[in-house]
Design a protein around this ligand. Structure first.
Ligand SMILES: O=P(O)(O)O[C@H]1O[C@H](CO)[C@@H](O)[C@H]1O
Ligand SMILES: O=c1cc[nH]c(=O)[nH]1
Length: 292
């Protein structure tokens, strides 16, 4: 017998839309771009040939439209993997749960989900304004402690090596998931590649020192001298690991594309962040319409 999902587990608004995203199943395209900043949604959808839908609630703004006959949804997640938990469970529910019967559909849909976000590099040879696709998301936040989450052989190897590199740091349980290979080799081709660290904050959790003192000394050096086979850590941000891990758990493909705005070893910040983000948006949209 099909298990019915309760009204408290999956909350559907009075009008039939999903709780936080405020969307109906038909509002969502099978190619989804996520951005952190709600204002970045229109920076993406301004390139669409037509926009059929604009909706929003809290920090979750959604536009769906067409570019060159391809239907695309762009949605803002806000900052952090706590928001990724909400957005990814609700995106999945929109395609894979029958809202009337409150059961999982027999035929599951796999979404293509591409993050276009901003990030700081920790490698001196990666110039500012680089567009980088994350090969793996390595989470230092706690989101995946709450989900059963299986690792492949490659993922185990890198994660075990990182855990031993990080073994003197107490109280952090890292997790790691690979990008979708298909999206990495299509959307992510012609981009710099590397492991992305997802931090549970912007300041000390990314090794920044302003007034509050850092508990982990030499954090950036500790990360940038990690190496496993050909894999090195290239950048820091706040969503990728949660996106990769939940996408894999729920059967979706995901890729994170990072506009590098900060170089943490050269202590520099981009002079023109808007232009770098715009270049990342255009690269991703061009690659999406070339797919299939
Ligand atoms: O520019 P977005 O997509 O928000 O991404 C990055 O910028 C925010 C911090 O400034 C974090 O969300 C981080 O992941
Ligand atoms: O250094 C940076 C830049 C953008 N976003 C981050 O999370 N970190």
């Amino acid at each position: 017998m099909e298990t019915k999902i309760s009204e408290a587990d999956l909350i559907i608004n009075q009008d039939g839309s999903i709780y936080h995203l405020n969307l109906f199943p038909e509002d969502l395209a099978s190619t989804v771009i996520t951005v952190g900043d709600p204002d970045r949604v229109s920076e993406v959808s301004k390139y669409f040939d037509s926009i059929e839908l604009k909706k929003g609630k809290r920090e979750f703004i959604t536009h769906t439209g067409y570019l060159d006959k391809k239907r695309i949804t762009v949605i803002s997640t806000g900052i952090g993997t706590d928001n990724i938990d909400i957005v990814f469970n609700e995106l999945d529910a929109l395609v894979n749960i029958d809202f009337e019967k409150r059961v999982v559909k027999k035929e599951l849909t796999s979404l293509d989900i591409i993050r276009i976000g901003t990030s700081g590099t920790i490698q001196p040879d990666i110039p500012m304004d680089t567009i980088l696709a994350s090969t793996f998301g390595l989470g230092l936040d706690s989101l995946m402690q709450y989900y059963i989450h299986e690792l492949s052989g490659d993922e185990h190897g890198i994660l075990d090596a990182f855990k031993s590199h990080f073994s003197h740091i107490k109280g952090i349980t890292p997790y790691l998931t690979a990008a979708s290979n298909i999206l990495l080799n299509t959307i992510g081709s012609d981009m710099e590649h590397g492991i992305t660290i997802t931090a549970p904050g912007f300041y000390a959790p990314q090794g920044r020192q302003v007034r509050a003192k850092n508990a982990i000394p030499d954090f950036i050096n500790l990360l940038n001298n990690f190496q496993h086979s050909n894999n090195r850590i290239t950048n820091l941000e706040m969503e990728t690991a949660g996106i990769y891990a939940l996408a894999k758990t729920l059967g979706h493909k995901a890729l994170s594309v990072n506009a590098i705005l900060a170089n943490r070893v050269n202590f520099e910040f981009s002079k023109n962040p808007g232009a770098v983000v715009d270049r990342a948006i255009k690269m991703v949209l061009e690659k999406i319409i070339k797919q299939k």
